[in-house]
Structures are given as C-alpha cells and as structure tokens.
Ligand binder design. Structure first.
Ligand SMILES: Cc1cc2nc3c(=O)[nH]c(=O)nc-3n(C[C@H](O)[C@H](O)[C@H](O)COP(=O)(O)OP(=O)(O)OC[C@H]3O[C@@H](n4cnc5c(N)ncnc54)[C@H](O)[C@@H]3O)c2cc1C
Length: 247
C-alpha cells in the first residue's frame, strides 16, 4: 500500500478501485428526471394515512389530504413512525454517522484508504472526506467533539500527513437501520396498495436504484418483480413477532 500511496503510514491497509457517486447530485438528477416525466414534487410532512378496509385512500399532511392509488413509505430513519399508521412492525432506527471534510496543504492521497475504523479519500470538492462514525443515539443530529476527535485520531494513524489538515466541515446524519441489518423492500403485509422501501443502512445510496426499480415493478406489474427481494419482505418482522409471542 505504501508503494501505491506514499502518504499512508502502513502496508497493512487495502486500496481498492473505488468509484464515487455524489449523493446530492444523484438525488437532484433523479428528481429532475422524474419531473421531466410529469412527476409533481411536493415538500410536506406526512402525519398519517386515511384508510378504507385494506387500502390507503389518502396521505394526511399537516393541513390537507392527498388522495392516492398507491403509497410508498420511504421515510428513511423515520420509517418507524408509520408503524402506528399501518399496524405492522417496521423496526427501523436511526444510526448516526459523522464525517469530517478536511483541507490538506500538501499532495492528496492518490486512492481511497481504509482501516478498520476510518476511511478517507479525496472528493470532487477537492477536500479529503474522513468518515464515518456509527452511533445509536436516537434522532440526535448534532456533530460531536468526541466523534471529531475519534475520526481525526484514526485519520492521522492511517495517514500521518492529516495532522496538518484543517477541518472545513463537520456533519452528522442518520442512516435507516433495521433490526436484522437488511433493507425492507416490498408490499406491506395486510395492505393492498402500500409498499415499503427503507432500511438501506450504510448502503442506501448504492441500493437506491434497485429499491426504486423494485417499487416501480411491484406497482406497475401488480406485485411482481424479477428482482430477488424475498429476503427483504416487510412481512418478515410480523412473522417473527408472532413466533416470539407464541414462545
Ligand atoms: C455518514 C454517512 C455515510 C454514508 N455513506 C454511504 C455510502 O458511502 N454509500 C451508501 O450507499 N450509503 C451511505 N450512507 C447511507 C445512506 O445515506 C442512507 O442509507 C440513505 O440516505 C437512506 O436513504 P433513504 O431515502 O431511505 O432515507 P433518507 O435519505 O433519510 O430520506 C428520508 C426522507 O424522508 C423524509 N421524511 C421522513 N419522515 C417524513 C414524513 N413524515 N413526511 C414527509 N417526509 C418525511 C425525510 O425528511 C428525508 O428527506 C451513509 C450515511 C451516512 C450517515
């Protein structure tokens, strides 16, 4: 490794041919593409569902109702809020992650570097991104000094030149994490027109295209898709709850 990138401190670390997607640009591009095909984007908070039998007929917003034919619950770390709307278990919880963006005065690393506790590499903004922590602490999204110090120390161990780098930005975000670490993709049990697409955890951006394709297939082809999504069925939690209750 030190032959590939002289900045690193050790030969022990792996270097792979990583390709990077800018998640902000990716999401914006998807919205633009959807709008160009007639999608209307509304930014509003959903506070509940209006139902009739096994169907959802409208999504309740804070000040109005939106009539619907199908509903996809894709509210990330907040997906668990929909448990009470649908009466099914949706065991998603927030997994906090913090990242430092740093300016390095000298030459940047020529590749992505990763040790067991930190990864770093240069991004399109020219900065070295150092990430990421993992912490279960509810919906707290405040960057913390403890996480900053932990990331810095690990970055310097991996690449000593980072001791001269300046922190430009320190962010904290939440990942949607399920109790079995697998995503939740599929039809909500007991409902005719409700689907779940969440629980991407640390790979939600990578999984987004597949999850979106699965949703489109299920809705357009009346519950069928060629993608292998059975292990991610939302009903698996209801089955487990029933099994646990009968023990
Ligand atoms: C530090 C860090 C690094 C990461 N690195 C990677 C990586 O390298 N590769 C990768 O693939 N993934 C990565 N991830 C994970 C990835 O960011 C997530 O898995 C992904 O963003 C989840 O997407 P989502 O759409 O399910 O949830 P979110 O992106 O959280 O979106 C959910 C949306 O639903 C909205 N919402 C919630 N409740 C309501 C409501 N009641 N009404 C209306 N809107 C609502 C929220 O406001 C939010 O906009 C990383 C995450 C973190 C924190």
């Amino acid at each position: 490794m030190s032959r590939v990138c002289p900045l690193t401190s050790s030969k022990r670390y792996a270097c792979t041919g990583t390709r990077l997607v800018d998640s902000y640009l990716y999401t914006s591009a998807l919205f633009k593409a959807a709008e160009s095909r007639g999608t209307v984007l509304r930014l509003a908070q959903a506070v509940g569902l209006k139902t009739s039998g096994g169907r959802v007929t409208a999504v309740r917003l804070t000040d109005e109702e939106l009539a619907c034919e199908h509903v996809i619950i894709a509210s990330g770390p907040w997906a668990g809020e929909s448990e009470s709307w649908l009466g099914i278990p949706i065991p998603v919880e927030p997994l906090k992650g913090e990242i430092l963006r740093m300016a390095l005065p000298g030459p940047a690393p020529v590749c992505e570097m990763e040790s067991g506790d930190v990864s770093l590499g240069q991004r399109a903004d020219g900065l070295i991104w150092v990430g990421a922590t993992e912490e279960r602490c509810g919906f707290d999204m405040q960057p913390s000094d403890a996480a900053r110090d932990k990331l810095l120390a690990a970055a310097i161990r991996l690449m000593p030149a980072m001791s001269a780098a300046r922190i430009v930005q320190h962010t904290a975000c939440l990942r949607p994490a399920t109790s079995d670490r697998l995503p939740i993709i599929g039809k909500a049990p007991g409902w005719d027109n409700v689907y779940l697409a969440t629980g991407g955890r640390k790979k939600g951006i990578l999984l987004a295209a597949g999850m979106g394709q699965a949703m489109a297939d299920l809705i357009a082809a009346n519950g069928r898709t060629n993608l292998s999504i059975d292990p991610f069925a939302p009903g698996r939690f209801a089955t487990r709850s029933a099994e646990e209750a009968s023990r």
